[in-house]
Design a protein around this ligand. Structure first.
Ligand code: ADP
Ligand code: MG
Length: 626
């Protein structure tokens, strides 16, 4: 008997089947790239061994026109106007929507749909600037694996709206990256700590970065994270600690001007020195803050206590924001089962102590707080790429494909658009198509295409017992509810009678991510074709509705017409019906023009019917009032 073969640890039996998938933390100040190798998530360094890519792009007039990362950062004091930092704040935003936009060292103007940064190399959209950063990380990944990148999971703040998420995707596309999924930064951090494998409950993710503070409350149930609440301060981060320390140091040095009076160069020199001093104080009890300024050098010894005192207000603000967010979520400190620290600024002992005191338990800190988001994204990317054998359960915190309902003519009405985060609830009103219709066939479908035939059928059910009414009079509310498990429940209620029906569906069941990707690709490449098909179907449905309405009018009130009029209308009906039924000759425009002809031919008839209706109503009234 042949022995079963076992491969060497870390050696996948068929390396060519492995798809290169990475996680990218596209941060305001820093960006990182990570990947799962030999079962372990790790950050990938650049050729100098550095894992962090400063999120900075400097535009120049010399080829190749830009510098990226550390090189750009180094030129920041000398060329602040062309050195784009914190571009994440502009993503998917107009100039007026950006908090403190006037404090940015470069010029931002209004663009078409999104703000523009003005540089010597021309106006750049935030999407283009971000794409430079993403492309740099993509090349880093391809160099380190010596292979093409299959795809990436990119993280975004939990509070990012559709426009900001779309802008992030556009940037990835521009950088030639296939986005496997966008996931929320706090969710990524929780995944990095493997919390989804642990006990269910509520977790707080405390993320203090360079320029922003985000607090997210996540609830884990059945291996899926739901974002319960987000809060924080988009203008509070490590940079504020730098400024507070720098201002304190200025006060200690006689003869130094007030901070507002420093030149731009002096300011950035001083703040950088303060930052270095602050970072050193995370491991030592005192450090030097020294900078050569125009108005005389500055050199101060800073103790940990000096630092704590000069920045206490900032730390307090984060604590207050956490309390407020919990309050908004109707939760107390005791509801929180674990706290995860994210962001370089959580290395500051003052911050760690404050968070521990607030929650009454030590937060999770054993992963590198700069890297934790990228690591979690890498784990997710590895699963989505299908490399993680044996773990079939995909974390699902957005709907991968749109969910909708079949309407007349085999068209799809989308109710929950794809990438909606879950849990979610959406609803839409529908009505009956025929007079006296007492039941409604509901067909739930999944996919991005316009025709039901091109989407995936998920479930069918019926709503019965609708009171008979004229077509279009009934109001049927269809609701889609997706819970944190991705479990869909579709309900339908006729609002006048209250009759209802519902069904449970598991939408992502049985679809691999490859299938999802294929369905999406299909929908992009066939958009034009779908539009024509939709127009044709819509024309057919309108025509059919017209035929039915005319037919039932004839049945009721044919006596209002002369024989000749009746023949004319009947002929129009049958030619329109033929057109609806014929496959070959039909196009949307011909059907529409025939529908209009029938409408014109029945105008007089409709007016006569209306007069009769009014007369009947009036006579009815007289009877009533007798
Ligand atoms: P972002 O997510 O906003 O891009 P990061 O999470 O990378 O930002 O955090 C950057 C911030 O972390 C900077 O303000 C930096 O000074 C700060 N930081 C990094 N290391 C330390 C440290 N050892 N002590 C204190 N602050 C640090
Ligand atoms: Mg961050």
């Amino acid at each position: 008997m042949a022995l079963l073969q076992i491969s060497e640890p870390g050696q996948s039996p068929d390396p060519h089947q492995r798809k290169i998938a990475v996680g990218i933390d596209l941060g305001t100040t820093h960006s990182l790239l990570a990947s799962v190798r030999n079962g372990i998530a790790e950050c990938l360094p650049d050729e100098h061994g550095r894992v962090i890519l400063p999120s900075v792009v400097r535009y120049t007039t010399e080829a190749p026109g830009r510098q990226i990362g550390y090189e750009a950062l180094a030129a920041q004091h000398t060329d602040p106007g062309n050195t784009i930092t914190s571009v994440k704040r502009l993503m998917g935003r107009q100039r007026g929507d950006v908090h403190n936009v006037d404090n940015l060292p470069y010029t931002v103007t209004d663009g078409e749909g999104m703000a523009l940064v003005n540089t010597v190399a021309g106006n750049k959209t935030p999407v283009e600037v971000s794409a430079e950063l993403l492309a740099t990380l993509r090349f880093r990944a391809e160099d380190s694996f010596d292979n093409d990148l299959f795809g990436a999971v990119i993280t975004v703040p939990a509070y990012f709206d559709d426009a900001q998420r779309q802008a992030t995707k556009d940037a990835a596309q521009l950088a030639g990256i296939n986005v496997l999924r966008l996931i929320n930064e706090p969710t990524a951090a929780a995944i990095a700590y493997g919390l989804e494998q642990g006990s269910e409950g509520v977790y707080a993710i405390y993320d203090l970065g360079g320029g922003t503070f985000d607090i997210s409350i996540l609830r884990l149930s059945k291996g899926v994270f739901e974002v319960v609440a987000t809060g924080g301060d988009s203008a509070l981060g490590g940079d504020d600690y730098d400024r507070a320390l720098a201002h304190w140091a200025l006060l200690q040095t006689p003869g130094q001007p007030a901070p507002e009076q420093l030149s731009a160069t002096d300011k950035s020199m001083l703040y950088n020195a303060a930052r270095a001093c602050k970072e050193q104080l995370s491991h030592t009890n005192s450090a030097e803050l020294a900078a050569p300024l125009g108005g005389g050098d500055i050199s101060v010894t800073v103790t940990a206590q000096n630092f704590a005192d000069s920045t206490a207000q900032l730390t307090l603000r984060t604590v207050q924001a956490v309390r407020k967010t919990l309050r908004d979520a109707d939760m107390g400190i005791d509801d929180v089962q674990g706290v995860v620290m994210v962001g370089g600024s959580t290395r500051m002992p003052v911050v760690l102590q404050a968070v521990e005191a607030l929650f009454g338990k030590p937060p999770l800190t054993n992963l590198n707080p700069d890297e934790v988001v990228a690591l979690g994204a890498a784990i997710q990317a590895n699963q989505l790429a299908g490399n993680h054998i044996g773990d079939a359960l995909l974390l699902l915190d957005v709907i991968p494909l749109s969910l909708g309902i079949e309407t007349m003519g085999g068209l799809v009405e989308r109710i929950v658009p794809r990438n909606s985060s879950i849990p979610t609830a959406r609803g839409q009103d529908f009505t009956t198509f025929k007079d006296g219709q007492t039941a409604l066939a509901l067909h739930v479908v999944q996919g991005e295409r316009d025709l039901v035939a091109d989407c995936r059928s998920l479930a069918r059910f019926e709503l019965r017992g609708i009171p008979p009414m004229t077509a279009g009079a009934a109001r049927i509310r269809v609701t889609f509810t997706v819970d944190a498990d991705g479990l869909l429940q579709v309900g339908a209620t006729e609002t006048q009678s209250g009759v209802q029906a519902h069904i449970d569906v598991k939408p992502s069941y049985g679809l691999s991510d490859d299938q999802i990707a294929a369905m999406l690709r299909d929908s992009f490449s066939t958009a034009q074709q779908d539009m024509q098909a939709r127009a044709l179907v819509e024309a057919r449905v309108d025509a059919e509705r017209m035929v039915l309405a005319t037919q039932s009018a004839l049945d009721a009130d044919a006596d209002l017409l002369t024989a000749q009029e009746r023949i004319g209308i009947t002929a129009s009906i049958s030619s329109l019906s033929d057109l609806i039924g014929s496959d070959a000759s039909a196009n949307a425009a011909t059907i529409e023009s025939h529908t209009k002809q029938l409408a014109a031919a029945t105008e007089g008839f409709a007016a006569a019917r209306m007069n009769r209706g009014i007369a009947q109503a009036l006579s009815g009234k007289r009877l009533d009032s007798v």
